[in-house]
Write a protein that binds this ligand. Structure first.
Ligand SMILES: Cc1cc2nc3c(=O)[nH]c(=O)nc-3n(C[C@H](O)[C@H](O)[C@H](O)COP(=O)(O)O)c2cc1C
Length: 508
């Protein structure tokens, strides 16, 4: 299966959503934490300095990585990226522990590992981060930065104080979303990486994202099997120090973990997409690293509407923004200002310090209520920092329909549709380009979330009817596919159930 076939197979339409027949089996809902049971826990410090850098500066400014990485700073970076920030108890006592970054359905399939080599207060080795009890568990007691550098053909990883490794456990997401969950792995890793990069910048750890590596080699280092859990990305953190010694061949590890649930459903299409988008040989990596941003742009549509300059400061520190972040469950129809929208669009499109160029994803926007910007459909031209008109009009109903008939999409002040030239990306970057498209959209959406909460309004990620989105934005969307959606606006309190939730409850 290639990415085009997978994308089309997992597209939502009004028919597919109503006829899927999928219902949620609560008896086998996967446990949201990976818990290693045969290795002792290292407690992370629970008191660390708040990260008081202004959120917008943290998103935008890549700083030198000159701050020492000690255990307290590592704990802060992990907490702000993947930590538990809120607890909510629902009817029948069901408790959900919400986390720093948004995640589809609050299912939290993204796991974080740490390869430590130059972290003061932490012995070199490979650790798994458990947000549930805020601990690290040591899985290997040798420094694995060398093997990671080998797997990624990137010698820089050998000398950086630590490397974070993000993986995903498929079943946590497919339990609800089935094979489409493959897309979610990258959307949710993207929202988490928005936080990792912002926290890394704010703590002066010069975060650097690595998307290309020989997948099976990294999976071997972590002791994950690729059938249930696989590596998604690496992030180098902290100053350069002594190069990690080569530990020689690493033996296989397979530590015991708590089962996720008593039974599990396999989604072969997802696994096929994981496999086909892997890099197998160093030659694949060299080709991947030679990637360039895809030149396909949204087709010119109409006159440009200049936007106000983005705000340089929001007045809210990163720690505070992340603690307060939570997806808006109902938007009021109150407007946001043009400067607030401009700042969110600008934040979403900041450069990403990474091994391959980002910038292939484009932002299309439905404006419902934004200061003096006329309601309508637009393309955001990041280079010009302007909105180009696709069509004027009042599109609240249409926006709600496009976002899988969810009121959130229409009630928002503005709804961003992230689109990418998938066919051109596949042709130039191969099947791994599909990972990049979904990751870039998730990361941009995560930055939009941060920019919204920093400016004291709300946001929510949303899913969508794939083809209907492309058709709505035609002709500007020619050659593009819909990848992800983020709605922005001011919130009211009472939540409404989404269509997908209503349909899955009906079958219970
Ligand atoms: C990629 C992504 C897609 C999402 N899609 C939807 C959606 O279609 N409908 C919805 O109501 N919420 C959606 N959300 C919001 C999640 O349900 C929310 O992030 C999750 O419940 C965790 O809550 P929190 O963001 O308040 O911490 C999405 C979030 C993300 C990151």
């Amino acid at each position: 299966m290639n990415a085009r076939e997978f994308h089309d197979l997992t597209a939502h339409t009004p028919y597919s959503v109503r006829s899927s027949g999928h219902t949620l089996d609560w008896d086998i809902k996967p446990f949201p934490f990976k818990v290693y049971t045969d290795v002792p826990a290292v407690e992370l410090p629970r008191t660390f300095d708040p990260v008081d850098t202004d959120t917008l500066i943290a998103i935008a400014a890549a700083r030198d990585g000159n701050a020492e990485l000690d255990l307290a700073r590592l704990a802060a970076a992990l907490y702000l990226s993947a930590g538990v920030t809120r607890k909510k108890v629902y009817a029948q006592g069901v408790e959900v522990l919400f986390r720093a970054a948004a995640s589809t359905g609050a299912l939290y399939q993204t796991e974080v590992y740490v390869a430590a080599g130059g972290v003061r207060g932490l012995a070199p080795g490979l650790y798994h981060f458990c947000p549930g009890d805020f601990t690290l568990r040591r899985l290997r007691d040798v420094d694995v930065r060398g093997p990671l550098a080998h797997a990624a053909l990137d010698d820089n990883l050998r000398g950086r104080a630590a490397v974070l490794i993000l993986t995903a456990i498929y079943w946590r997401n497919t339990w609800k979303y089935q094979a489409r969950g493959f897309r979610h792995l990258f959307w949710d890793a993207g929202t988490m990486l928005a936080n990792v990069l912002a926290a890394g910048n704010a703590i002066s750890l010069a975060p650097f994202l690595v998307t290309g590596f020989v997948d099976d080699e990294v999976n071997h280092v972590l002791g994950v099997d690729g059938r249930h859990e696989t590596t998604l990305e690496l992030v180098a953190l902290g100053p350069r120090g002594t190069r990690a010694p080569d530990p020689g061949p690493l033996p296989a590890i397979s530590h015991a973990t708590l089962p996720l649930s008593s039974a599990e459903v396999d989604y072969p299409a997802l696994r096929a997409m994981v496999d086909t988008s892997k890099l197998a040989r160093p030659a694949d990596l060299t080709a991947w690293r030679a990637s360039r941003t895809i030149a396909t742009r949204p087709r010119g549509a109409g006159p440009m509407v200049p936007l106000p300059s983005p705000r340089t400061r929001a007045g809210r520190a990163l720690s505070d923004t992340i603690q307060r972040r939570g997806s808006t469950r109902q938007f009021s129809h109150d407007p946001i200002t043009a400067a607030e929208l401009a700042t969110a669009l600008w934040a979403a499109t900041r450069p990403v310090p990474a091994d391959v160029p980002f910038g292939s994803v484009h932002l299309f926007v439905i404006v419902n209520a934004v200061g003096d910007v006329a309601p309508g459909a637009y393309v955001y031209r990041a280079g010009e920092h302007a909105l180009e008109i696709v069509r004027h009009g009042a599109f609240r109903d249409r926006a709600a329909y496009l976002t899988l008939e969810q009121p959130l999409g229409g009630d928002a002040a503005a709804t961003i549709f992230f689109m990418a030239p998938l066919d051109a990306m596949r042709e130039r970057l191969g099947e791994r380009g599909y990972r990049l498209a979904n990751l870039e959209a998730g990361l941009a959406g995560g930055r939009a979330y941060l920019a919204a909460y920093a400016q004291e309004f709300g946001a929510s990620g949303l899913t969508f009817y794939d083809q209907a989105v492309v058709e709505f934005f035609a002709p500007a969307s020619e050659g593009m596919d819909a990848i992800f959606v983020t709605a922005l606006g001011r919130s009211v309190r009472q939540p409404r159930a989404s269509l997908i939730d209503r349909l899955s409850r009906r079958g219970k």
